[in-house]
Design a protein around this ligand. Structure first.
Ligand code: ATR
Length: 302
């Protein structure tokens, strides 16, 4: 770093275990850019002050993670249509009039599916969960032409998600279900899933022995199974899928691609996906190991 270094970073609480600094700094090195990415813990009550401060300090961009993705919205000079639709912002770019908010989660998810050669057009996609991550995934899948069935422990939350997005995607392509209905839905071969995505936090460190998928429920072998969890990389859900002969995709790709989209917004340069993937994958693996050794219990973030 020197007098000309440009700064970006992530705000959240907590953020000490974020993989984004390692991933973005590896990308800046590979691109030969004099930029650095830092993790900044910000308390909820300080979000407005932090954004004003980061702007005053000349930060070029900011990622926003849990629990501030909604809280930053009142502090923006502008917001992208996608971020407005999703009701959450994960990327801020410095504009002449203030911060501009965007959401790169949905685009990141679709880009990772494309990178894996998965086309969801006309396919039945099962989404487990109805939280913030689910919103981005459901939006992305329906925008890409998939039919989406949302399953959530709390049925009303799935109903709310679907009713919020049905205006954009009419025609009955989106349905909401209670998680307890999953078995009947899957056993009914009429609606064989092409893709199943876990967006819940079930299976995430430190509860790595758990899975959102019921024991004994078969996953058809032609299904692609995607787990947004990357801590650990190999979740119990992915192990269940593998044992049924299904193809599996872990959560590193979405992390990388949402970051790549942000990096492109900030620098105008194409992101080095392979470099970012290698850095994030290595950091995720070593972090899970060292946290296990230290008995730490923090969940994954951006
Ligand atoms: P995120 O922004 O990461 O999606 P979130 O908005 O808190 O986080 O959503 C967490 C999701 O994981 C929800 O779908 C939640 O289900 P509920 O809406 O019923 O709470 C799901 N989830 C978390 N713990 C769960 C558990 N033990 N069993 C089933 N679902 C769980």
């Amino acid at each position: 770093m020197d007098g000309a270094t440009k700064l970006v970073g992530v705000i959240g609480w907590p953020v000490a275990h974020s993989l984004s600094p390692v991933m973005h700094n590896a990308a800046f090195d590979a691109l030969g850019l004099n930029w650095r990415y830092v993790a900044m813990p910000v308390r909820t009550e300080d979000v407005g002050a932090a954004l004003r401060g980061l702007r005053a300090l000349g930060f070029q961009g900011v990622n926003v993670t849990v629990p501030h993705k909604q809280r930053v919205v009142p502090h923006l000079a502008g917001i992208s249509p996608e971020a407005r639709t999703l009701g959450a912002v994960n990327t801020l770019s410095a504009g002449p009039d203030g911060w501009h908010g965007d959401n790169t989660d949905a685009r990141g998810f679709i880009r990772d599916l494309i990178a894996h050669g998965v086309d969801v057009k006309g396919k039945m996609c099962l989404v487990l969960g109805a939280g913030g991550a689910a919103r981005a995934v459901v939006y992305a899948l329906t925008a890409a032409g998939g039919r989406v069935a949302v399953f959530n422990r709390t049925h009303t939350r799935a109903l709310d998600l679907v009713s919020d997005l049905t205006g954009l995607f009419p025609g009955g392509v989106l349905t909401a279900h209670a998680m307890a209905q999953l078995g009947d839905f899957v056993r009914d071969g009429e609606r064989a899933p092409g893709l199943i995505v876990n967006t819940t936090s079930v299976g995430m460190w430190p509860d790595a022995g758990t899975s959102p998928w019921p024991d004994g429920l078969k996953i058809p072998p032609e299904t692609v199974v995607y787990d947004l969890v990357y801590k650990p990389l190999r979740t119990r859900f992915l192990e269940q899928a593998e044992s049924c002969g299904a193809r599996t995709i872990d959560g590193i790709g979405m992390l990388v691609h949402q970051g790549a989209e942000a990096l492109q917004l900030w620098t105008g340069q194409e992101a080095p996906i392979d470099v970012m993937t290698g850095a994030a994958r290595e950091a995720a693996a070593s972090m899970t190991e060292s946290e296990a050794a230290n008995g730490e219990k923090e969940h994954q973030h951006l």
